[in-house]
Design a protein around this ligand. Structure first.
Ligand SMILES: Nc1nc2c(ncn2[C@@H]2O[C@H](COP(=O)(O)OP(=O)(O)OP(=O)(O)O)[C@@H](O)[C@H]2O)c(=O)[nH]1
Ligand SMILES: [Mg+2]
Ligand SMILES: [Zn+2]
Length: 354
């Protein structure tokens, strides 16, 4: 398998050139991340991999650690395992604030062309959550595509209603609806996927992400799990993994997410809420908080029916949350800079590698 078939393009080669790879090092792509260990793949096939101590010393935070989809410089050892010496810069990424109160950034995947944001038609559907994922994708320079699964469980009218709800919310991303059971919509999705491009599945547990990959490979490549009576998944998938489809596209399965804490600088918000930001430029005060200021263009638009109150709520909420997370994270990094190197690896167990 050529590296280009694994998604390598001239941009990455240029980055690798600038790293001026020392002798004996080769490029490989991280295809599995399972807590502290990795599997990398290149022309020579797959190898179990770990990071070198020297590499760990160069990392400032957990987001500098390899994640699935990353291009890395590896050295093959006598026992055929590999050591990861460095990481190529990322062209795009998906990341979130890790679950819990702690402000830690967690990389979900790197070098992704398209994020499939998956929601089930029946129990899981939630527009405000879709918007969170859209902000996450925009921030990481990833094209979002909404995928509604389990269309076999709802009527055509109900599905049409869901689609209308998404559009009414001002969301413009491409939408695909499908059923892994009846096969409806699968051909459309397959037709959309291109060889050498990397796709990443995101969504709650139980929405059918792994089942979808099994449909694409035509085999039981991945373990899938039953959902509870209320439609909740049981967190069947536990590792992030890149799978090469026969038709040449690359697709990453991820464990279902419970929480999507967003952590964005202003760009992700600006891209996802371009309509609102455009309106906000017309507020009387440039520092308008859009809550009760006179001359607020957003409040005016709501009154006139030109902005949905739900979308406004999501915008205000995400803005606040991301500003808080960005500020707290900056504070934390300043403390870490003065207090020595950031924790690496799983990140939370600070004492582990010292
Ligand atoms: N009716 C119906 N059931 C589906 C569909 N797709 C998946 N399922 C079922 O939903 C359950 C969960 O599927 P998984 O593929 O394991 O879900 P997942 O998104 O990978 O979940 P995690 O790995 O826990 O994040 C399984 O019982 C699947 O058979 C679908 O289109 N329609
Ligand atoms: Mg799964
Ligand atoms: Zn305003």
């Amino acid at each position: 398998m050529q590296l280009s078939e694994l998604g390598l393009d001239p941009w990455f080669l240029e980055q690798a050139g600038e790293l001026s790879m020392p002798g004996g090092l080769q490029l490989a792509r991280v295809i599995v991340v399972d807590r502290g260990w990795y599997i990398v793949r290149n022309e020579a096939g797959e190898a179990a991999a770990r990071t070198t101590g020297k590499f760990l010393h160069t990392t400032q935070s957990t987001s500098d650690m390899p994640c699935v989809g990353d291009w890395v410089c590896v050295h093959y050892e006598a026992d055929k395992s590999a050591t990861i010496h460095s990481l190529l810069p990322r062209k795009s990424f998906l990341r979130r604030k890790s679950a819990g109160k702690d402000i830690q950034l967690q990389m979900i995947a790197a070098n992704i062309d398209v994020a499939f944001i998956v929601q089930g038609c029946q129990y899981d559907f939630n527009v405000a959550r879709l918007e969170r994922y859209l902000v996450m994708a925009a921030e990481g320079h990833v094209e979002p595509v909404l995928v509604l699964t389990k269309t076999d469980l709802v009527s055509e009218e109900a599905l049409a209603h869901l689609l209308a709800e998404i559009r009414a919310g001002g969301i413009k991303a491409r939408i695909m609806a499908l059923s892994n059971v009846s096969g409806q919509g699968l051909e459309q999705l397959k037709g959309f996927m291109a060889p050498g491009k990397t796709y990443c599945l995101l969504g709650s547990s139980g929405v059918g992400k792994s089942t979808l990959i099994n449909k694409l490979t035509g085999q039981d490549t991945l373990k899938t799990g039953l959902v509870s009576a209320s439609g909740e998944g049981r967190h069947t998938t536990v590792r992030r993994q890149l799978i090469v489809l026969e038709q040449g596209a690359l697709i990453i399965d991820t464990p279902g997410m419970r929480e999507i804490g967003i952590f964005v600088a202003s760009q992700g918000m600006a891209d996802s809420f371009a309509d609102i930001e455009e309106l906000a430029r017309r507020c009387r005060f440039s520092n308008c908080r859009h809550s009760n200021e006179p001359g607020c263009a957003l409040l005016q638009a709501i009154k006139e029916g030109n902005l949905s109150p739900e979308r406004y709520d999501t915008y205000q909420k995400l803005n606040k949350e991301s500003a808080f997370n960005v500020a707290s994270h900056g504070e934390k990094q300043r403390k870490e800079k003065t207090g020595g190197k950031a924790a690496s690896g799983a990140g939370k167990k600070k004492g582990k590698r010292r």
